[in-house]
Design a protein around this ligand. Structure first.
Ligand code: CAA
Length: 240
């Protein structure tokens, strides 16, 4: 039976590559997006993947959206919490708003996305949870106190969920992408970006598909003993 997969932030960047990879694996995929209607419509047109609009930072909206996805497609077997934002600034310039926005989306957003799906996974004795963390949750990053805090927190979430879900056939794992060729990385000032790339032994940015392949592995029915782990895909930029 085809698995049903939900990918937050699944119509652009790394999320779009994940949505496509899961469809390619035979899953029925729902991709969420927060605001860019045009990109979402184009994505659906190109891929046939259904998109749903809600803000992952909003618990009630997430719960209602997930109920709609399950009414349309069936119970969700696979959830990929990918939606994330940056509000980079050196700490002395970081505003409480920049802190809160990033926490609400990247950290609380994971709670909001997984929590409504979790009881059904427990009942059905199967689930695959993947959270897209970041190299910068592992090593920290100048200008990203807020983002690094959320991405490190995401690793704590999966390690805890893994322990709670294991006896119900649920796995929870993280992928830590390094610097990937997406709009998010392209928004970094060019000079800063060049110096970052110079520090990547692979000598290049990663491709979204290289992250999607990690997710496709983790969500496989046969990957049930891989639980609470972190896959780093960063071109040898950083080792845990
Ligand atoms: N290490 C040490 N010093 C650094 C530095 C670094 N990595 N980056 C900047 N600086 C220094 C500059 O040299 C400069 O020093 P001087 O004042 O002595 O000249 C100073 O910090 C810059 O300070 P400013 O007050 O001018 O900083 P700013 O307000 O312009 O903000 C910034 C700078 C927004 C943090 C900018 O450096 C930046 O965007 N950095 C990139 C942060 C980054 O890597 N973001 C990742 C985005 S992609 C992503 O998040 C995806 C993922 O998961 C990997």
């Amino acid at each position: 039976m085809a698995r049903v997969a939900l990918v937050t932030g699944g119509s652009r960047g790394i999320g779009a590559a994940i949505s496509k990879a899961l469809k390619g694996k035979g899953c029925t995929v729902a991709a969420t997006y927060a605001g860019n209607d045009e990109a979402a419509a184009k994505f659906t047109e190109e891929t046939g993947i259904k998109t749903y609009k809600w803000n992952a930072a909003d618990y009630d909206a997430s719960k209602a959206g997930i109920a709609q996805v399950e009414a349309d497609l069936g119970p969700i077997d696979i959830v990929v919490a990918n939606a994330g934002i940056t509000r980079d600034a050196p700490f002395h310039k970081m505003t409480p708003e920049q802190w809160k926005e990033v926490i609400d989306t990247n950290l609380t957003g994971v709670f909001n996305t997984v929590h409504p799906i979790w009881p059904g996974m427990r009942e059905r004795k199967f689930g695959r949870v993947v959270v897209i963390s970041s190299i910068n949750g592992q090593k920290g990053q100048f200008g990203q106190v807020n983002y690094a805090a959320t991405k490190a927190g995401d690793l704590g979430i999966v390690k805890s969920l893994a322990q709670e879900g294991a006896r119900f056939g649920i796995t929870a794992n993280a992928v830590c992408p390094g610097y990937i060729a997406t709009e998010m990385v392209m928004a970094v000032p060019e000079k800063v970006r060049e110096s970052i790339i110079a520090g990547i032994p692979a000598g290049r940015l990663g491709e979204p598909e290289e992250i999607a392949r990690c997710v496709a592995f983790l969500v496989d029915d046969e990957a049930g003993f891989v639980n609470g782990s972190t896959i780093s895909a960063n071109g040898a930029q950083f080792f845990v």
